[in-house]
Structure formats: structure tokens, C-alpha cells
Write a protein that binds this ligand. Structure first.
Ligand code: GLN
Length: 199
């Protein structure tokens, strides 16, 4: 499929970095702020940013229900950091009124790594990739529990968070706690684009 179009949810978050990573992989990209734009996408990336704000804006801009419908309909979607939270069915340490899109049968804990380790970088073994990915974490969530259909793609190695799940896949949905769009390594985006192309 030559004309695969991957959108980036663009009401809030680090949109530009994802557009660049997707460009590097060689797909057509589109910023998504309204339902008409979502309708043109074969796949979607939900970036890092602030999940509570994303939820509010998605509701205000009438994108929340269309997103839920497309995802339920099988549109491949990749959430990074706040984007992972947006895809999660269950959120711990969220705000009382926090709304997510949902679809991924996972429980995430927001800002899970604590204040001392606000942000850090670590090489991670990633299922499906030969060499570790350089993973940048910024006030990141981790996945505290996964449903039976969820495949774990990466875990933290070493330190206090050893063994915590930080990348998952369930059918056409993918999510990482970290920011694969930062650091010039597009292999995780390529995995996602392969998923879009095969869907
Ligand atoms: N802590 C943010 C949230 O809860 C996520 C941080 C990020 O995306 N870099 O939404």
C-alpha cells in the first residue's frame, strides 16, 4: 500500500517529533484535530504530553467518540507516554474527572517512576527488534497490569523499577511508556507502520 496515511493526534503533545519519525519511515502523515481528519487516517499516533488535557480537549473538539469508534473498528493506534494513558482502559493516579479513549486492556499508573527520576534514558530490549532501543522516559507511566490478550513488548531492566512493563501490544493497538520519537531511532515507528500496512 503506497498511500498509507498515519495521523498524529494534534490537540496537544509532542506532535512534531512523531511526524518526523513517521516521515523517516516513509508514510504519508496528517495532523488530526477534527473528525474529518481522523476519517482519512489508516493509523494514528497519540503523542506524549499531558493526558488529562488531551482528554479534555478531545471531548471539547468532539474527537473522543470518533476515536473510540475508529479504535473499536480496528484502526491501528500507537500511544506514547500520555498517549499510552489515553489508550488505557484503567488509570491509577489520574485526576477524578480524567477521561481516556480506552481500548487497551491495561492498567497504567501515571507518573509512576516518581519525582526523583522525573526523566531518564535507558536502553531496552524490545520484542521484535534485534538491538535495544534507546528509550527516553519523561514523567512516564508504567503498566501495572495487563489483560490476557496483551503482549508485553518491553520491560525496565535494573533499578527500582526492574521488571515494570513499559511497552505493550494488543491486536492493532501499541503503546510505550517512553518516547521512541525522541532520539532519531525510528525502528519502533517502523514496527507500528508495518502493523498499519498489514491491517
Ligand atoms: N505525566 C503525563 C501524563 O500523565 C505524561 C508525560 C508524557 O507524556 N511525557 O499525561
Amino acid at each position: 500500500m503506497q498511500n498509507t496515511t498515519v495521523g498524529v493526534f494534534a490537540l496537544q503533545g509532542d506532535v512534531r517529533e512523531h511526524l518526523a519519525a513517521l516521515d523517516a519511515v516513509g508514510v504519508k502523515t496528517l495532523t488530526v484535530r477534527r473528525p474529518e481528519e481522523l476519517a482519512r487516517c489508516d493509523g494514528l499516533v497519540i503523542p506524549g504530553g499531558e493526558s488529562t488535557t488531551m482528554g479534555k480537549l478531545a471531548r471539547i473538539f468532539e474527537l473522543l467518540e470518533p476515536l473510540r469508534e475508529r479504535i473499536a473498528g480496528g484502526m491501528p493506534t500507537f500511544g506514547t507516554c500520555a498517549g499510552m494513558i489515553m489508550l488505557a482502559d484503567r488509570v491509577l493516579d489520574g485526576t477524578a474527572d480524567q477521561e481516556t479513549i480506552g481500548g487497551l486492556d491495561i492498567t497504567v499508573r501515571r507518573n509512576a517512576f516518581g519525582r526523583q527520576v522525573d526523566s531518564f534514558e535507558a536502553p531496552l530490549e524490545f520484542r521484535g527488534l534485534d538491538d535495544p532501543v534507546p528509550a527516553v522516559f519523561i514523567r512516564a507511566p508504567w503498566v501495572e497490569a495487563v489483560g490476557a490478550d496483551v503482549e508485553v513488548l518491553a520491560r525496565v531492566e535494573g533499578g527500582e523499577a526492574h521488571g515494570r512493563i513499559v511497552a505493550v501490544r494488543q491486536g492493532t493497538l501499541m503503546a510505550t511508556s517512553f518516547h521512541p520519537e525522541v532520539g532519531g531511532d525510528a525502528r519502533v515507528h517502523r514496527l507500528f507502520v508495518d502493523l498499519v500496512r498489514s491491517a
